[in-house]
Design a protein around this ligand. Structure first.
Ligand code: ATP
Ligand code: MG
Length: 413
């Protein structure tokens, strides 16, 4: 089945809002076996929205729109829907009651303007919204399903996942699609391809994609076919091949994050971690503590940004700093070791580098970063050469540090 996505709002066309809704919907639809043919963004114009909806339902069996379902005057999607499908707006008592209850639950009297939201296209069905006031609207006619969702990403997401996806899954689709994402880090895309490509044989209906980002390269396996079993088998076969050829770089699957995976490893092995950061200024600690339950293994961190703090709080030696500088393997080693002592943790990570844009030299250009790891068995450090962009360098340093720890715990050489 073909699908199209229409995202609505002037803010998408002026560049003030990044169209994350389209990406989220496209991913979900692809995962359940629909082919997304196109994604359109349209400004707040009733005529244009109406025209886009009309064209889309001729071409595709599933059309999903987001945005402009709110109660304010700039929310005009409903006007366009009733024009496109030649229907009237009818009042829905039950929707109004739900709305009133929502507001009452928050201790607010419902503003009169929200009554608009109980006016909905005739003959439509509705998807409840647990995070907001605009319900999702579904109009099914011979040959197509049209669904309009609110624009607020959190609301859109909830209705999409809880209501729309199960609804669409219940429809007869022509084929089965399986998508598996294997997440790698610590290796660049071209090197990964060198490992994987030589003996790779892709069966019919099987595709492999490389999706690089600063945190690593995702390998996306997509298998399409008629038989569910066959699709599953082909996907598993490719996954096993990828694990054989590039397994040491694969830290997780699908929605796994490196910080989450490392957190699990620490928790499962009953180990604790502390960090000391120079150029990342706390970003590594933030990443680690973004994982729920991190208090079970993360002890704390020290932002040793200035040399003064490195010497006075962390007790790294002044002589070493004079001789090698703060951005050096020696400093990363001392930082990690002292941090482990200071916090009494099983592992300690240290990061010191030149994030840029200034401060580089010939032997230590911008991007030069040293990451140390202290364990019960000793301390080691690695030099990394990242790029020229400050933010990217800082992020890459954090992921590299986590990967160093992952390999240590799993004893991957
Ligand atoms: P509301 O009831 O809040 O008015 P709505 O359905 O009218 O919901 P919009 O007014 O279009 O939604 O957008 C609400 C918010 O969601 C805005 O801050 C907007 O920037 C954001 N938003 C809208 N569309 C998208 C999109 N496609 N991707 C990401 N964010 C979006
Ligand atoms: Mg709005």
């Amino acid at each position: 089945m073909d699908a199209e996505i229409i995202t609505i709002g002037d803010e998408l066309l002026t560049g003030h809002t990044v169209d994350t809704n389209a990406a989220v919907i496209a991913e979900q639809l692809t995962n359940i076996g629909l082919s997304v043919r196109s994604i359109y963004s349209i400004g707040d114009s009733v005529e244009r929205i109406e025209e886009a909806i009309r064209q889309a339902v001729i071409r595709s069996q599933v059309v999903i729109a987001t945005g402009g379902l709110g109660p304010t005057d700039d929310d005009i999607t409903k006007k366009a829907i009733v024009k496109a499908f030649k229907r009237n707006l009818v009042f829905h008592e039950d929707v109004l009651d739900n709305l009133k209850a929502r507001f009452a639950g928050r201790g607010i009297k419902m503003p009169a303007i929200n009554q608009n939201q109980a006016l909905l296209p005739q003959g439509a069905t509705f998807f409840p919204n647990r995070n907001g006031s605009a319900v999702g609207i579904c109009i099914a006619e011979e040959g197509f399903i049209f669904i309009a969702l609110p624009g607020v990403p959190m609301e859109m997401n909830q209705i999409l996942v809880d209501e729309v996806v199960p609804h669409l899954k219940g429809l007869k689709t022509r084929r089965t699609v399986k998508v598996i994402k294997l997440r790698t880090t610590g290796i660049v895309e071209s090197k990964l391809a060198e490992l994987i490509a030589p003996d790779l044989k892709l069966a019919n209906g099987v595709r492999l994609g490389y999706l690089p980002s600063f945190s690593g390269v995702d390998l996306r396996v997509i298998v399409e076919g008629d038989e569910e079993e066959e699709v599953k088998d082909k996907a598993l076969e490719l996954v096993r091949y990828l694990e054989r050829t590039a397994g040491r770089y694969i830290y997780g699957r699908d929605s796994d994050s490196l910080e989450g995976v490392v957190g699990h490893l620490l928790a499962d092995n009953d180990r604790t971690l502390s960090v000391t950061e120079s150029c990342t200024g706390g970003q590594l600690g933030m990443l680690i503590t973004s994982v729920p339950g991190s208090s079970g293994y993360f002890v704390g961190g020290l932002q040793a940004y200035s040399n003064n703090v490195k010497v006075q709080q962390l007790k790294v030696s002044e002589e070493m700093l004079v001789e090698h500088g703060a951005v050096s393997e020696e400093c990363a080693l001392e930082m990690a070791e002292s941090c482990r002592k200071l916090f009494g943790s099983d592992y300690a990570l240290s990061i010191t580098g030149i994030a840029g844009p200034d401060g580089g030299s010939d032997d230590k250009p911008v991007g030069a970063t040293f990451i140390g790891l202290a364990t019960a068995h000793g301390v080691h450090a690695r030099r990394f050469s990242f790029g020229t962009d400050r933010q990217t360098n800082r992020s890459r340093a954090c992921y590299a540090a986590l990967e160093l720890l992952r390999r240590e715990i799993l004893d991957i050489k």
